[in-house]
Design a binder for this molecule. Structure first.
Ligand SMILES: [Zn+2]
Length: 68
């Protein structure tokens, strides 16, 4: 499955944590529906949903052609 990884800042430790990401279609659906996108920090065992700014970054990365 073609997943799109993204970064999200952990609200607990403040670190940028790379997320394994979701399939491109699923991410697009969540963005278009205004649904929450989940993120996770393995250091803190913390789950949260990405911020509006991060949603914009994700939308941008989806618009870019896939790097080779
Ligand atoms: Zn954390």
């Amino acid at each position: 499955m073609d997943t799109v990884p993204f970064y999200a800042e952990c609200p607990n430790c403040g670190s940028e944590r790379v997320q394994p990401g979701l399939p491109r279609d699923e991410l697009l659906q969540l963005l278009e529906a205004g649904a929450e996108i989940p993120a996770y920090c393995s250091s803190c065992d913390e789950h949260w949903t990405v911020s509006t700014e991060e949603r914009v970054d994700i939308a941008r990365s989806l618009a870019r052609p896939k790097p080779k």
